[in-house]
Structure formats: structure tokens, C-alpha cells
Design a protein around this ligand. Structure first.
Ligand SMILES: NC(=O)c1ccc[n+]([C@@H]2O[C@H](COP(=O)([O-])OP(=O)(O)OC[C@H]3O[C@@H](n4cnc5c(N)ncnc54)[C@H](O)[C@@H]3O)[C@@H](O)[C@H]2O)c1
Length: 308
């Protein structure tokens, strides 16, 4: 991608900022972010940060209209928060996405939307294929499934070029380590303080972890592929890792003295998650980062940040 005008919503957050960093060398980037969880320091130099809310159509329409590509990462991302406040989550994740779709109708750009494996819920047909019926377990998952449907409808009604990417468990530098964040950032941050790594349940539950740089690659690949238009793809590695294995790897890589402890399983946690990635592979996608290499990079980043 070169010499394009690219809008990244949520570009001050974890995944959005990695997209901005990757594309800033060769393109004009505008980040739209209300800094709800994102941070100004995540936005690379040379990128224009517009502090606006995607729920405010008037504030975003002109920017989105001009874009060649919109990578839509902004969302109310917390599952727990979505259970507490489903209306707010609906507003940000569904109305916000509709605002972007509407604004794109006024322009010429293509949309790549950050959906989620949460739409599958606790489905035991592993590995999960994109054609499985969505059955989310949280309002967050419902909003992602709904937004995907709006994308499909705008594609069918207006021919709008859109792609939805169902991210599985993404990890890497700049991921927030608060209590609702991904397990990897929580484990690494605790290990760096030699605090216990707490596993909820027996640790045999599994996830499909993907390093953020591979997620960025998937975004750019589908953005540039006309064959991807109107479609939905899993973004994952197709590899299963248990939480116990993960905790052991984090202890090994950090050299921490952290004990691994077990607590009651959390209600609503799913047992296994694993993606079938044959569809995105057909477009030429291949994850490049092993879990170990991704963990090493992430540990390095958090370690430097703690010192700095
Ligand atoms: N991290 C994962 O493992 C994962 C997995 C599946 C899907 N996703 C999806 O990927 C996207 C990016 O997630 P992330 O992990 O980088 O989260 P993040 O919280 O780091 O990024 C979200 C960004 O959106 C911004 N934002 C929130 N509400 C906004 C609003 N109303 N208007 C404008 N900006 C707003 C936040 O300030 C933040 O910068 C989200 O859509 C999320 O649902 C993430």
C-alpha cells in the first residue's frame, strides 16, 4: 500500500496503533480515537490524531469520505463492560460502525473491520470455520455479529467494498494490562514483578494466540485483495495453546520467580478456541510469528517500558 489516505479508527489503541506504525512510512494516516482506552503516545509521529468519537457522525464524516482505506479498530472492547452496559456497547460498536459505513457511501474507500472470535461463543465444532452460525455469549459478541451483518448488507445493497476480520486472541507490545486485558499481557506484567500467575480453572483451557504483527499483515492483505470484498475471515494461527503451557512459557522467557496458581473457573469462560484459517490462507496469508518469538518481543517491550 503506497500513497494512500488511510483512516485508522481506534489508532491510539493496541492493534490500531500497530496498523498506523506499519503504514505511516508510505501513506498519509489519520487516526480517529476518543482516547477512551487508547493513548496519544501510541500514535506514531507523522500521523494526524483526530480526537473524535465514532458515535458522532458529523465529527468523522469528512475524514472517512476522503479515505482510500478505513481500518476500523475503535470499539468498546471489554466483554465485562458490555455485560454491565450493553446499551453503551451497542452505541459504540454498532452505531459507530454504521456511521463509518454511511460516511463511506459518500466517498470511495474500502472498509476493513475488526470483528472477533467472540461471535462464535462456546462452539465445540473445532477448528471454527467462518460458516459456523454465530452464537455470542456476551453483548460484546452480539455487537460484533451485528456489525458484520451491517457490513454484508451495505456490500449487497450498495456494492461497498468491505471485509470483516474475526480476530482470535491477539497479543503484543502496547496491549493494555488492566484486569480485562488479554491473558498474555496480564501474565507478562505479573511475571516481571515476580507476582503469581493466576490461572482460572485447571489451565487446560486453550486459545489460539496470534501476534499483533501478523494481524496487521492480515489487514493489509485483505485491504489490497478485491477477492476479499464482502467476506469474513478468521485471523489466527490455527494453533492451540493451553493456558498452563502459556504461563510456563512466560515464566521461562521472563526468568521470573512467579509461582503458577489456580483459582475457580470464571463463569462464562469458554473451554477451547481454535480457528480454521484456510480461507485467509487462500488469499496468501501465513502467520510468521511463533508464540515464543512473539512472547519474547512482548516481554522485551514491557521490560523496557517498566524501566523507562
Ligand atoms: N485484542 C484482541 O485480542 C481482540 C480480539 C478480537 C477483536 N478485537 C477487536 O480489535 C479492535 C482493536 O482492539 P484492541 O485490542 O486494540 O483494543 P484497544 O482498547 O487498545 O483499542 C480500541 C481503541 O478504540 C478507541 N475507542 C473506543 N471507543 C471509541 C469511540 N467511541 N470513538 C473513537 N474511538 C474509540 C479506544 O480509545 C482505543 O484506542 C477492537 O474492535 C476489538 O473489539 C481485539
Amino acid at each position: 500500500m503506497r500513497n494512500k489516505l488511510v483512516v485508522v479508527t481506534g489508532g491510539a489503541g493496541f492493534i490500531g496503533s500497530h496498523i498506523a506504525w506499519e503504514l505511516v512510512k508510505d501513506n498519509d494516516i489519520v487516526v480517529i480515537d476518543n482516547l477512551q482506552t487508547g493513548k496519544e503516545e501510541n500514535v506514531p509521529a507523522g500521523v494526524k490524531l483526530v480526537k473524535a468519537d465514532i458515535r458522532d457522525y458529523g465529527a468523522i464524516v469528512d475524514l472517512v469520505m476522503q479515505a482510500d482505506y478505513v481500518f476500523h479498530e475503535a470499539a468498546q472492547v471489554s466483554v465485562v463492560e458490555s455485560i454491565k452496559d450493553p446499551l453503551l456497547t451497542e452505541d459504540v460498536n454498532v452505531v459507530g460502525t454504521l456511521n463509518i459505513l454511511k460516511a463511506l457511501l459518500e466517498g470511495h474507500g474500502k472498509l476493513v473491520f475488526a470483528s472477533s472470535a467472540a461471535i462464535y461463543g462456546d462452539n465445540s465444532h473445532l477448528p471454527l470455520v467462518e460458516t459456523e452460525k454465530p452464537r455470542p455469549l456476551s453483548p460484546y459478541g452480539v455487537t460484533k455479529a451485528t456489525a458484520e451483518e451491517y457490513l454484508r448488507v451495505f456490500h449487497e445493497l450498495y456494492g461497498l467494498p468491505v471485509v470483516a476480520l474475526r480476530y482470535f486472541n491477539v497479543f503484543g507490545p502496547r496491549q493494555s494490562a488492566n484486569q480485562y486485558a488479554g491473558v498474555i499481557s496480564i501474565f507478562i506484567n505479573r511475571a516481571l514483578k515476580n507476582e503469581p500467575l493466576i490461572i482460572f480453572g485447571d489451565g487446560r483451557q486453550t486459545r489460539d494466540f496470534i501476534y499483533v504483527k501478523d494481524v496487521v499483515k492480515a489487514n493489509i492483505l485483505v485491504a489490497e485483495s478485491r477477492r476479499a470484498n464482502g467476506r469474513v475471515f478468521n485471523v489466527a494461527t490455527g494453533k492451540q495453546t493451553s493456558i498452563l503451557e502459556l504461563a510456563q512459557k512466560v515464566v521461562e522467557i521472563t526468568g521470573a520467580n512467579s509461582p503458577i496458581t489456580f483459582d475457580k473457573p470464571r463463569p462464562g469462560d469458554i473451554k477451547h478456541s481454535l480457528a480454521d484459517i484456510r480461507e485467509i490462507r487462500k488469499l496468501g496469508f501465513e502467520p510468521e510469528w511463533s508464540l515464543e518469538d512473539g512472547l519474547k518481543k512482548t516481554v522485551e517491550w514491557y521490560a523496557v517500558k517498566r524501566e523507562g
